[in-house]
Design a protein around this ligand. Structure first.
Ligand code: AMP
Length: 213
């Protein structure tokens, strides 16, 4: 199963991708998580991408394309979260997957309006250790500030500040949303209402995929 989970920032891509990954037993590949890990390790790549990420700007396509190519080489099934984000990335993905003989099965678009996005992102937290996402209001941890899964510390992302969020929404509309047409034309796009409970949305995604475990 090869899935892209698509949608604006704050649509719940990471949350749903994690659930899908557990449900189907396939890897969740989040380009945002990969870049944040490089930053926290202080690698050369991490230093290059830091400035873009803090402002909510897109990291240049060639960097992302190289990261994803390397990560996908040895996977036959995956959930891609946060990539592709531009037409150039979608073309690169198409090319690498057809070279590898493993085309995408489905692109899930989680639809959420702008007001809801800002509300969700401002309350969003994640575990520093294992990346599990939370929301202070909608999906709180059992103990405030502590991860239910691994006991790690929860933190707020630097790009979840209001200024960076507004920038990310604008960039999504300008550069990323046009991909909806791209995948619609390929006939593999499924639109899912991204508001509702985490479990409701998940069950709608499973129905759209149309394959039970
Ligand atoms: P995310 O965790 O998916 O919201 O990504 C956080 C940030 O990482 C984005 O705002 C970008 O700065 C960077 N990033 C992640 N994926 C990509 C991508 N496919 N293309 C460009 N930048 C990306």
């Amino acid at each position: 199963m090869r899935i892209v989970i698509f949608g604006p920032p704050g649509a719940g891509k990471g949350t749903q991708a994690k659930k899908l990954s557990e449900y189907f037993g396939i890897p969740h590949i989040s380009t945002g998580d990969i870049l944040r890990e490089e930053m926290s390790k202080g690698t050369e790549l991490g230093n290059v991408v830091e400035g873009y990420m803090e402002k909510g700007e897109l990291v240049p396509d060639h960097i992302l394309n190289a990261i994803v190519r390397k990560r996908l080489e040895n996977e036959s099934s995956f959930i891609l979260d946060g990539y592709p984000r531009t037409i150039a990335q979608a073309d690169a993905l198409d090319e690498m997957l057809s070279e590898m003989g493993k085309p995408l099965d489905i692109v899930i678009d989680l639809e959420v309006d702008d007001e809801e996005i800002v509300r969700r992102l401002s309350g969003r937290r994640a575990c520093r250790k294992c990346g599990t996402p939370y929301h202070v209001e909608f999906n709180p941890p059992k103990v405030p500030g502590v991860c239910d899964v691994c006991g790690g510390e929860l933190y707020q992302r630097e790009d979840d500040t209001e200024e960076a969020v507004l920038n990310r929404i604008a960039i999504y509309k300008r550069k990323t949303r046009p991909l909806l047409d791209y995948y619609e034309r390929k006939g593999i796009l499924r639109k899912i209402n991204g508001s509702g409970t985490i479990d409701e949305i998940f069950s709608n995604i499973i129905k759209a995929i149309g394959v039970e475990k």
